[in-house]
Design a binder for this molecule. Structure first.
Ligand SMILES: Cc1ncc(COP(=O)(O)O)c(C=O)c1O
Length: 356
């Protein structure tokens, strides 16, 4: 059964603005994502989208075995929830941050932890931190598939760095995040195939020396397009809550929006209503017109704690659900979420908020 798209208002009083999660929606999206990538065992969901211990526990209970994180706080959260395979996909060169990750390996000796490197400098930092670290920590070489954010170029320099990591006995393989790949499914497939060819050449190059590597690859726009023989894991994240953007661009994946901001109309003016959902309630990392779906007209302005929207019908005191365009950067604004559980109850549950 397709879960409801817009939640019913809770009967009890709720402080607003409030981050609202529909557990049925998260469960539905997990099923669709696992189906699309060929099995839940191939899924390494990025947890930065939700930063919620209860969702990590739900994913583990449903069969997810591996997690991707952007920060140490997320790594610590998934380990505490019982994760046994964790990739910290952030090629930092800060020794303090690296040490905190390595300390996790000592605290959770039965977990397999992987970090990323994309430079000689990074490898030096890891080499120092790993000299007496458990064997359960290894490294992947982060490749730049064209996003030009992190990652080493996919050429001989990447093979050289991978050999150096192999030299300290810590090489797990490659990491590729291709967040720049957009377009129709066919266009995305063509781009992924071209990137995969380059990764395969690197893989073959190392195989000549008997060094076996695999890859973690992809985000929500590509995870279902990466070849199985190359990408051991695929790592989409924003599927968890999906969004007003996925709704339009990735409709074929069948995801449903599962996170909303509940807001109250605090004032009205001719043709407009003012909501208590400013940029501290819905992230401003998209252009004003696109920050949340608003079908009654334009979003006129958003200040810290106010949003003014065009509306003829809303009255002071009305409550409305807003569907964020980017759920990941909205979730982190809240250290607590109101969850509609699969059993139909409303419960407040903690999440990391902006803790690093
Ligand atoms: C390194 C990395 N991997 C995976 C993801 C997940 O991608 P998406 O948000 O498209 O699901 C992200 C998102 O930014 C990322 O930065």
């Amino acid at each position: 059964m397709q879960p409801q798209i817009v939640p019913q208002l809770p009967n009890e009083p709720v402080a607003t603005p409030c981050f609202v999660i529909l557990e049925d929606g998260v469960r539905h999206n997990l099923r669709m994502t696992a189906l699309a990538c060929g099995g839940i065992e191939r899924l390494m969901p990025h947890v930065k989208t939700h930063r919620a211990p209860w969702i990590t526990e739900l994913l583990i209970a449903e069969g997810v075995t591996a997690f991707k994180c952007a920060t140490n706080a997320e790594v610590e959260m998934v380990l505490a929830a019982g994760a046994k395979t964790v990739c910290w996909s952030y090629p930092t060169v800060n020794p303090v941050n690296v040490q905190r990750f390595v300390d996790c390996a000592r605290q959770y000796p039965d977990a397999h932890l992987t970090g990323l490197v994309d430079s000689d400098r990074g490898l030096e930092v890891w080499r120092a931190a790993l000299h007496d670290a458990p064997e359960t920590v290894d490294l992947r070489v982060d490749l730049d598939p064209g996003l030009h954010r992190t990652g080493i170029p996919m050429d001989a320099t990447a093979a050289k760095l991978a050999r150096a990591v192999h030299g300290i006995d810590r090489l797990a393989g490659w990491h590729i995040y291709d967040g720049h790949v957009k377009g129709t499914r066919a266009e995305r497939q063509t781009q992924v195939d071209a990137i995969a060819d380059q990764v395969r050449s690197l893989q073959n190059e190392l195989a000549k020396d008997g060094i076996n590597t695999d890859a973690i690859a992809g985000g929500s726009y590509t995870f279902n397009l990466w070849p199985h023989d190359l990408a051991r894991y695929v790592s989409p994240g924003s599927w968890t809550y999906s969004s007003a953007q996925h709704d339009i661009e990735l409709a074929d994946l069948g995801w449903v929006p599962a996170a909303f901001v509940l807001s109250t109309v605090i004032s009205t003016h001719p043709g407009t209503a003012t909501l208590d959902a400013g940029v501290k309630a819905i992230s401003p990392d998209k252009p004003l017109a696109e920050r949340f779906r608003w079908e009654d007209g334009r979003i006129v302005l958003q200040n810290e704690e106010h949003a003014v929207v065009e509306s003829r019908d809303l009255a002071v005191g009305d409550r409305v659900f807003l569907m964020p365009m980017h759920a990941c950067t909205t979730a982190y604004l809240y250290s607590d979420a109101l969850v509609k559980t699969a059993a139909g109850r409303w419960e407040h549950r903690p999440q990391l908020g902006s803790v690093r």
